[in-house]
Ligand binder design. Structure first.
Ligand code: SF4
Ligand code: SF4
Length: 345
C-alpha cells in the first residue's frame, strides 16, 4: 500500500471517530446546528442549465470575513461545515477557511465540480485538513444541460485516487434534466472502481421540489443505490426513493436550526432553494433563532428533494413536533432577498 493510501486510511479512521462524536452530540442536544453550508463565492466556472446557485461575476468573500463566520458557527456549536458555491475552488484562500474549520474541531467538507483539481491543489487540501469532498457527475459526455461529465472529469477522479488523503464521494444524478439515465450507472461503477463511495440524487426543480422519475429511471435509481457503500446514504435514499416514485415524504425539516445555509453575504437561510428565509445576518443569529426555527413547520417539506437537510432531520424526526407555522416567524417577511438571487441566475 502506498503512502497516500496509508494516510487516507488513518484519516478516515479519525474522521469516523469524529463523526461518531458528532452523532452523539446531535442526539444528546437539539440546541446546535449539525451541518452548515457555507458559500465562499457565488461565481462558478460552469453554467449547468438546472442550477440557480451561481453567477458569473461575484468576487470571493474576503478570507477574514469567512474565518469570522466559521468562528461564529463554532460558537453556536456547529459540528460540520460543508463549503459549497458557486464553485468554491475559485476562492484563492479556501485552505485557510478549511484550517479555521478544523482548528475549531468541526468536520470540513467541500462540494465542487472538480474542474480545478490538479495535484498541487489536492495536496493543499490534504495539508489544510479537508475531511470530505463530493463531486456530482451528471452525465458521461457533456451536453447543453451539464458539463459535469465523466469524460471530462475522469482524469480529475484519477488524480483524486492518486493524491487525496481525504474521503471522496461521487454523486450521480437522475431526473428530467438528465438525458441518458443509464449514465448514472456508468458514473457510479467508475467511482467504485477508483475506490470512492457513491450516492445517487435526484435533480430538483427551481424550488427544490419533487419531480417523479420514469419507471426506467426508478430501476436505475435502485441499481445505483445498491452500489452505495456508505451507511448514512442509505438513510437519505429512503427519502429519495419516495421522491423517485412521486410520493411525498413525512418529515420535520429543521432548516434554520439543525441545518443552516450561509450565503456569500453572510445571511442565514433555510437552504439553497429557500434563500430569503429567514435571511438574518449570521452575527445576529442566536440560540433563540435556532430554537424557534426548530419548531417551525416548512410547507415545502413534503415535496422537498434537498437530501442533506433530510439526512440531518433524521436526528430529530422522532422528537418535538413542529408547532409553529412559517407565518409566525418574525423574519418571514424577508422574502425579497429570494427574488434578488433569482435575478442573478
Ligand atoms: S451545479 Fe454546480 S457546477 Fe453547475 S452551475 Fe451550479 S454551482 Fe456551477
Ligand atoms: S423543506 Fe426545508 S430543505 Fe426542503 S426546500 Fe423547504 S426549507 Fe429547504
Amino acid at each position: 500500500m502506498d503512502r497516500v493510501a496509508i494516510r487516507r486510511r488513518i484519516r478516515l479512521f479519525s474522521l469516523r471517530l469524529r463523526e461518531l462524536r458528532m452523532i452523539a452530540k446531535g442526539l444528546l442536544s437539539t440546541h446546535h446546528p449539525i451541518d452548515v453550508h457555507l458559500i465562499p463565492i457565488r461565481r462558478c466556472n460552469l453554467s449547468c442549465a438546472y442550477c440557480n446557485e451561481y453567477d458569473d461575476f461575484s468576487k470571493p468573500v474576503p478570507v477574514a470575513e469567512l474565518q469570522k463566520r466559521v468562528h461564529r458557527l463554532a460558537d453556536l456549536g456547529t459540528t460540520i461545515i460543508t463549503i459549497s458555491g458557486g464553485e468554491p475552488l475559485l476562492h484563492p484562500d479556501l485552505d485557510e477557511v478549511i484550517r479555521a474549520i478544523r482548528s475549531r474541531g468541526m468536520i470540513a467538507g467541500l462540494i465542487t465540480n472538480g474542474y480545478l483539481l490538479v495535484p498541487e491543489r489536492i495536496k493543499r487540501l490534504n495539508r489544510a485538513g479537508l475531511d470530505h469532498l463530493q463531486i456530482s457527475i451528471d452525465n458521461v459526455t457533456p451536453d447543453d444541460v451539464s458539463k459535469k461529465s465523466l469524460k471530462v472529469l475522469d482524469q480529475k477522479l484519477r488524480l483524486l485516487a492518486q493524491y487525496a488523503e481525504f474521503h471522496v464521494n461521487i454523486n450521480s444524478v437522475l431526473g428530467s434534466a438528465v438525458r441518458n439515465p443509464e449514465d448514472a450507472i456508468t458514473v457510479a461503477r467508475r467511482a467504485r472502481e477508483l475506490g470512492f463511495s457513491t450516492t445517487v440524487g435526484i435533480i430538483h426543480d427551481h424550488s427544490g421540489q419533487l419531480l417523479p422519475l420514469s419507471s426506467q429511471q426508478q430501476k436505475i435509481f435502485d441499481e445505483v443505490a445498491a452500489m452505495s457503500k456508505r451507511s448514512y446514504s442509505r438513510f437519505y435514499e429512503f427519502f429519495q426513493r419516495n421522491i423517485a416514485q412521486g410520493r411525498e415524504n413525512t418529515w420535520r425539516c429543521r432548516a434554520g436550526s439543525r441545518y443552516l445555509y450561509i450565503c456569500e453575504n453572510g445571511l442565514v437561510h433555510y437552504c439553497s432553494q429557500q434563500r430569503g428565509y429567514p435571511a438574518i445576518p449570521l452575527e445576529q443569529y442566536t440560540r433563540a433563532h435556532l430554537e424557534r426555527e426548530y419548531l417551525i413547520q416548512k410547507s415545502c417539506a413534503p415535496r422537498c428533494t434537498i437530501s442533506c437537510v433530510q439526512t440531518i432531520a433524521l436526528f430529530d424526526n422522532w422528537r418535538h413536533p413542529q408547532i409553529l407555522k412559517a407565518a409566525d416567524s418574525p423574519s418571514a417577511s424577508s422574502v425579497q432577498l429570494e427574488s434578488q438571487f433569482a435575478g442573478k441566475n
